[in-house]
Design a protein around this ligand. Structure first.
Ligand code: IVH
Length: 691
C-alpha cells in the first residue's frame, strides 16, 4: 500500500512538474488552469498522507511557485519572494475569508465588521518585479520560481510599458519596487495574430501566451515591436519615500498612478465584505466587454499594518486571496468534424470535442463556420485545440496546438456531396460556404424549412419544435410544407411523446396558421436574404403573393431595400421547378391576409393601379377585339398571371362569347367574371393601342 502511494506520488509529482514547465517556461500549457488546480489538489491530498519529514515532501512541485529560470536570461534573486495567492470561488468563500481574517486578528462583532478590503482585477498575464534606484529602472525580472527570476530588463525597456525614469518630484523615494502584470490587450492580440499569420509566422493561442512569449524573447527588438501593456498592483517603498506614507493598498496604487505607472481604474477601495461581493458580481458581468483578459479578482485587506500583522504562509500571504472564475478558454481534443446542413442548404462543419468545461459550461461542439476557416486555423482531426467561450458567445475553436499533433492526425476534407441527401454541393466563386442545392428534397433542409416556417415570427405554430419536425420528416409524414395541413389527430398520435391534448393543440395551431399575414408567410418560406423586415416590405409593396411571384427582377428591385442580390435570391427561389409545385400545394392550404391592396398597388412605381395587377386570370370564350394571345400579353404586361383552368385561386375570369364550363365553374366558386367590354374599360389607353 505504502509502496503504491510512494509510486503514485512520484508519478504525479513528475506530471505536475511537466505542466509547470510547460506553463511557466515554455508558455505552452497543455491543460487548462482548472485541470492543473485539480491535479495539484489531488497531489496535495496524497502528500498529506506522508510523514512530514519525508524526502518526497521536500522535492514536491507543490512547493514551487513558478518554473526554474530559463537559460539565456541572467538570473536575479528577488529581494522579497514573489508569492502566489490562495484561490477561492463562490460568495460563501468571500464571507469565510472575512471571518478567517477577523478571527486571526482576534476581532469580534463591530470591529470584525469594520475590516476594509481592496479589490483589484486579476490580470491574466505575466508577473514582473521592477526595481528603481534614484528614479531609474535598474532591474525588471519575471517571477521565475518565486525566489529567482529572469532578468528581462532589456525587454521591459524596449517595450516602453513602464516609466524608465520617474519625473523630478519623485514621490516614491530613492529605492522602491513595483510589481504588476505585463499583458496584451485583446484587440492588439487579434491584430498581432493577423500580422503573424500574414507573414506565415507562429500565431498565439491567447493574449497571455503572446505576452509571456514576447517577454521571454532574448532579442529585445521583438518586445519593442509587440503591443504589450502593464498594470501595477503592488509597491514596496523604503523609509525615505513620500512624506506621507501610504497606509492602505489603495493609497499605494494612487501613489503609483501619480508617479506615472499604469494602474487599472476598475478597482474597489475601502470596501465591506458585501461591497466586495457586489464588486465581484459587477466585474464578472463586465468581464467579456473588457479589452483585456482577467481570470478573477484579488481581494486584500486594505490596511498595510494589518497585512504585516497577519503575515505569510510558505507560498501565499494570509491577507489576500484570488477569487477566480472558471477560465474562458480551455484545451481539449478535436475528435471529429461533422457537416451540418442548414435551412438554405449551407453545409457547416462542426467540431466534435472531447467534453471540456469552459467558462463554467460543458462544451462538446463548436462551429467551424466553413472550410476556409479550418484551413486558416490549420485544424487537423485528432488535434489538441484551444476552445474559447466569452460571455454568451457560442463556443469557438481558437487554435490548434501543432506541437501536440498526434502522428495519426488527419486533415479535414470537405465532402463533395451533401452528407444528408448525397446531393451535389455547390460553392459560388465569391462565397466561402458550400451549399446542398437539393432544397426541400434534402431531409435536413426540410426539417429546417419546417422549423423556420413554424417559427414564432413566421407562421407561429406553437409546439412545432425540433424533435417534432425531425419525426415528421423522418417518418415521411411531411414531404412538403403543405403536408402539415393534412395531418390528422391519428397521424400525430403515432409520434413519440404525443398525447391527445398536445395533438389537438398542435392541430389548432396549424389550422390557425392558414390565415397568417402575407408578410409572415413570405418570411416563413425561408428565402435566402429575406428576413422579417424584407418580408414585411415585400408584402406591403406587392399586396398579394401572386404579384410577388410574377414580379420581374426590375419590379422586385423597386421594393424598399431590395437590391439585386435579394431580388435574384427571390426570383431564384420562386422559379426553382421543385418549389413551384411545392408553393402551389401550399397556397391551396392558405387563406393569407393580404395588406390593404390599394396601398400595395399604389406603391408600385410601375404605372397606375389596374384590375389585373397581381391577379390570376383565366380566359374563356371568343373575344371580338383581341386574339387570346394578345389578351394574355396585355394582362401579363399589367402584372397579372394567366392560367388555363379555373380553381379557388382564380381571381378573375374573362369570359367572351359562348363561354362554357369554365364560366359555370367560376360562378360556382364565386370567382369574379368580367366580359370583354369591362376588359376594354379596365385596360389603360397605352395598352389599348395594341389594337
Ligand atoms: S497581488 C502575493 N494583484 O496573480 C501575490 N496579483 O496568484 C500578490 N495577478 O503572481 C499578488 N493580477 O501574477 C495581485 N491585481 C493583481 C493581480 C495579480 C494578476 C497575478 C500575479 C500573481 C498571481 C497570484
Amino acid at each position: 500500500m505504502a509502496e503504491n502511494l510512494i509510486d503514485e506520488i512520484k508519478r504525479r509529482q513528475l506530471e505536475l512538474l511537466g505542466h509547470q514547465r510547460l506553463y511557466h517556461a515554455e508558455d505552452a500549457p497543455e491543460i487548462s488552469d482548472e485541470t492543473y488546480d485539480q491535479l495539484a489538489r489531488e497531489l496535495e491530498g496524497l502528500e498529506a498522507q506522508l510523514d512530514p519529514q519525508h524526502p518526497l515532501k521536500r522535492q514536491s512541485p507543490l512547493g514551487k511557485v513558478g518554473a526554474n529560470p530559463q537559460r539565456g536570461f541572467a538570473t536575479v534573486a528577488h529581494e522579497r519572494p514573489m508569492l502566489s495567492l490562495a484561490n477561492i470561488a463562490g460568495q460563501a468563500s468571500v464571507h469565510q475569508f472575512g471571518e478567517r481574517l477577523a478571527s486571526q486578528l482576534e476581532l469580534k462583532g463591530a470591529q470584525a465588521q469594520g475590516l476594509r478590503y481592496a479589490v483589484d482585477l486579476k490580470f491574466d498575464g505575466l508577473a514582473l518585479s521592477l526595481r528603481y534606484r534614484a528614479g531609474r529602472l535598474v532591474m525588471a525580472a519575471t517571477r521565475g520560481d518565486g525566489t529567482l527570476g529572469e532578468d528581462v530588463t532589456a525587454n521591459v525597456e524596449a517595450a516602453r510599458i513602464v516609466p524608465l525614469k520617474i519625473n523630478e518630484n519623485n514621490i516614491l523615494g530613492n529605492e522602491f519596487e513595483v510589481r504588476g502584470e505585463v499583458f496584451m490587450a485583446r484587440s492588439d492580440f487579434k491584430q498581432l495574430n493577423a500580422n503573424q499569420q500574414a507573414r506565415g509566422e507562429k500565431t498565439f493561442a491567447n493574449p497571455r501566451n503572446a505576452a509571456a512569449g514576447t517577454m521571454r524573447q532574448l532579442d529585445s527588438s521583438v518586445a519593442a515591436l509587440r503591443p504589450l501593456r502593464f498594470f501595477a498592483y503592488d509597491l514596496f517603498i523604503g523609509p525615505s519615500a513620500l512624506a506621507q506614507q501610504p497606509s492602505t493598498h489603495s493609497q499605494q496604487l494612487d501613489a503609483l498612478k501619480r508617479a506615472g505607472f499604469p494602474v487599472c481604474d476598475i478597482r474597489c477601495a475601502e470596501a465591506s465584505i458585501d461591497q466586495v461581493i457586489a464588486f465581484i458580481d459587477r466585474a464578472e458581468t463586465a468581464r467579456s466587454d473588457l479589452d483585456f483578459d482577467i481570470d478573477g479578482v484579488v481581494v486584500k485587506l486594505e490596511s498595510l499594518t494589518l497585512q504585516e500583522q497577519l503575515g505569510y504562509l510558505a507560498r501565499t500571504p494570509r491577507f489576500a486571496v484570488a477569487y477566480k472564475w472558471p477560465s474562458e478558454q480551455a484545451m481539449t481534443r478535436l475528435v471529429a468534424i461533422e457537416c451540418q446542413v442548414g435551412r438554405t442548404g449551407a453545409v457547416t462543419p462542426v467540431a466534435r470535442l472531447e467534453p471540456v468545461r469552459v467558462g463554467g459550461v460543458l462544451v462538446t461542439n463548436a462551429t467551424l463556420h466553413n472550410e476556409g476557416e479550418i484551413a486558416r486555423k490549420d485544424l487537423w482531426l485528432g488535434d489538441t485545440v484551444w476552445v474559447r467561450r466569452a460571455g454568451d458567445v457560442i463556443p469557438e475553436v481558437v487554435a490548434a496546438v501543432p506541437e501536440l499533433r498526434p502522428k495519426d492526425a488527419k486533415r479535414f476534407v470537405m465532402p463533395s456531396h451533401c452528407p444528408v441527401c448525397q446531393g451535389v454541393l455547390e460553392r459560388p466563386a465569391e462565397e466561402a460556404v458550400w451549399r446542398c442545392v437539393s432544397g426541400f428534397s434534402c431531409s435536413a433542409q426540410r426539417v429546417q424549412a419546417l422549423l423556420h416556417f413554424a417559427h414564432r415570427r413566421a407562421l407561429n405554430i406553437e409546439g412545432l419544435g425540433e424533435r417534432l419536425a425531425e419525426q415528421l420528416v423522418e417518418r415521411g409524414m411531411v414531404r412538403h410544407l403543405a403536408d402539415l395541413y393534412k395531418l390528422t389527430e391519428a397521424d400525430l398520435l403515432r409520434l413519440d411523446r404525443m398525447g391527445l391534448k398536445l395533438a389537438r393543440k398542435l392541430l389548432d395551431e396549424i389550422a390557425d396558421s392558414r390565415t397568417a399575414s402575407l408578410a409572415r408567410f413570405i418570411f416563413g418560406l425561408g428565402i435566402r436574404h429575406v428576413g422579417e423586415k424584407t418580408a414585411k416590405d415585400l408584402a406591403l409593396f406587392f399586396g398579394r403573393f401572386d404579384a410577388l411571384r410574377q414580379a420581374s427582377l426590375e419590379q422586385l428591385t423597386q421594393a424598399p431595400d431590395v437590391g439585386p442580390v435579394v431580388a435574384q435570391s427571390i426570383q431564384r427561389f420562386l422559379s426553382t421547378p421543385a418549389l413551384l409545385a411545392e408553393l402551389d400545394l401550399l397556397l391551396e392550404c392558405m387563406n393569407l391576409q393580404n395588406p390593404a391592396s390599394e396601398q400595395a398597388q399604389s406603391s408600385l412605381v410601375n404605372g397606375p393601379p389596374n384590375l389585373f395587377f397581381g391577379k390570376t386570370v383565366v380566359l374563356t370564350g371568343e373575344l371580338q377585339f383581341y386574339s387570346r394571345e394578345q389578351a394574355q400579353a396585355i394582362i401579363e404586361s399589367l402584372g397579372g398571371r394567366v392560367t388555363g383552368s379555373v380553381s379557388k385561386r382564380t381571381d378573375l375570369l374573362l369570359a367572351g362569347q359562348n363561354a362554357g364550363s369554365k364560366l359555370d365553374k367560376a360562378n360556382s366558386l364565386g370567382v369574379t367574371v368580367i366580359d370583354e367590354e369591362s376588359f376594354l374599360g379596365a385596360i389603360p389607353p397605352t395598352e389599348r393601342d395594341h389594337e
